[in-house]
Design a protein around this ligand. Sequence first.
Ligand code: ADP
Length: 421
Amino acid sequence: MNLKTIRWVIALGIIAIVTIILSQVFWIRKGLLINQSNFETAVTVTLEQIAAKIETSNHGQKITNKPVVRISPHAYMVNIDEIIDLNQLDYYIKNEFSNPFHKVDFVYQVYESTHDQMVFEQRVSSNVENATIVYPTNLPKLTESTYYFKINFPQRPIVNSVMIFVWATSIIALTIVIVFFGYSLDVILRQKRLSEFQNSFINNLAHEFKTPISTIGIAAEVLIEPEIIDEPERLRSYAGIIKNENTRLTGQVSKILELAKLENDELVLNKEKFQLNELVSEIVTSFEVRLAESGGKLIVDSSAIVDTVDAYKVHMQNVINTLLDNALKYNDKTPEITITTGRDDIGLFISIADNGIGIPKEFHRKIFEKFFRVPTGNIHNVKGYGLGLNYVKMIAKAHHWRLRLDSVLNKGSIFTIIIPQ
Ligand code: ADP
């Protein structure tokens, strides 16, 4: 998938998700509004019935047409101009509003009509059960004047549980869709990066292979000349060149094959016990020759008493060599490399410290990924495939070792392998 297609997929995915979210919000709001309006209608009808009952008990018939007025989003006024028996009103109100639809707390207040003065107030809890409602006898009968009453519902009406279930299900489903979309994007972007790395790896590899192949070709052309028989020195030298180049190519190929094996979990760990310090001194002997060419310095600090390691020796050797190679390669000063072995609370450790170019913090994890190389613009002064540290990581994983990186840009890096024991 090319970058343009990926951008389209991301844009369309985001548009689709935002549209679904907006429509969900719209339907939830609509649902709440319908719920509110159903509640209002039911309250109005109930209050009209109560008003009619009061008027009928006073005059034998219903008098006021549409006595209920909604005076605020939560309050209603029942405009009757009547004497009110509070025992009767309390009973009607509690009785009518005790059905499950009205499961909200409320307050009702009775006002004297002429002076608009509140004469009675009662709070009613939503917990009142139909069975517990009794006709009170202790409340006064207001006969001195005429009265009307108000009722106030401070809370929002309760939303139907089926509705809540439907909303919750759709929100969960939407969350799952968003998570899957994010996950798929992550996979697509990873694949894209991997294929980019693979391309650059193949270019790099082709470039690296081209030099030894053409050197071998040139040497072979010289060797094919019949007169070379008379120059045994030259013949040996060209045969030597071919051998060296062949060794280099074999090394590259086997490194790539080893990595493939490690990835497929096909590596069988032929572990053996050996002294870490002995291995280090073997490696140091050959490494010092290479270091001498660059005028660098190698310090080996293995003064600590170090025990035996149980590991695949060849791989451990390769790992240390890879870290030493990098310490030398990624260095723009006179290299100063320190190898330290020791023991701490967790187990044994070996660290390789350099005074090289260092690694920016944001790449500390990434450099262990396959084909990853710290970006340096388009110029890569130092050749490599971005495979060395991935190999180190794979070997460490197979042995259950831990890796630690401390690095400061332009100051240097310390790679530590911790071998828990
Ligand atoms: P390669 O050296 O073949 O590119 P590696 O996997 O060994 O691959 O290293 C990955 C990247 O990590 C290198 O390209 C380099 O940018 C960075 N790196 C590795 N070791 C060091 C080091 N000691 N100092 C600075 N940068 C390093």
